[in-house]
Design a protein around this ligand. Sequence first.
Ligand code: F6R
Length: 245
Amino acid sequence: MNKNMKIIVVEDKIQLGRTTSQMILDFINSKPIPVLGLATGSTPESTYQFLVEDYQKNHTDWSHVISFNLDEYLGLTMDDKQSYRYFMNYKLFNHININKDNTFIPLSICDVESFANQYDQMILEKGGIDLQLLGIGENGHIGFNEPPADFESLTSIVDLVPSTIKANSRFFATIDQVPVKAISMGIKSILNAKKIILIANGENKAQAIKQLVDGKIDSTWPCTALRMHNDVIVIIDKKAASLLK
Ligand code: F6R
């Protein structure tokens, strides 16, 4: 195991959300201008729910926070219910006092190639991501960096592999509606974050977590690039941890 990787095993998805949201709150309370990297998908949902509950109870201030999301499906407008912009607004941003002008999500309707080239620069101009939240695909993808991943990649247009399209079809009426391309921060963009928290729950993530923690650095498991980072916290439930030594 990488000594720079701290593993926290929690009981279930609720505890995962509780633990992760507390770390995010401690982080945003600790810096004058915190820059957060955010993920979508089902794994961070409980984290966002706890953050919203915290805002309702404690009015934690988000007005100074800047956020960058990892990825967006190609070709969906911002108000499309399947877009990651819609997801973030609906699950988090609409319920806290973050300034939406400071929430950045890769734009999928525009000259995407040139937007992709600008995204890493936009992050740099804000001082770089201090804390990056990541989920993980069953195939070990982080962001939408599918295997075999280029560990030097920056934000770019990517093709989703059939297993990801199938996994994500649970959010769509039919599998044909799942976009086959996305714009995603690259592996290098992710590794540029100062601190990374990767979260996972469920048995279907156990193999990817085993590769992340115990496997060798290998582009066929994109998540293993995180072993080259010096500050990674992996928060997983017992099921996702079930194959660890
Ligand atoms: C989402 C993202 C993806 C997901 C991964 C897991 O922004 O970048 O890497 O984190 O596909 O998705 P869920 O959490 O739905 O299992």
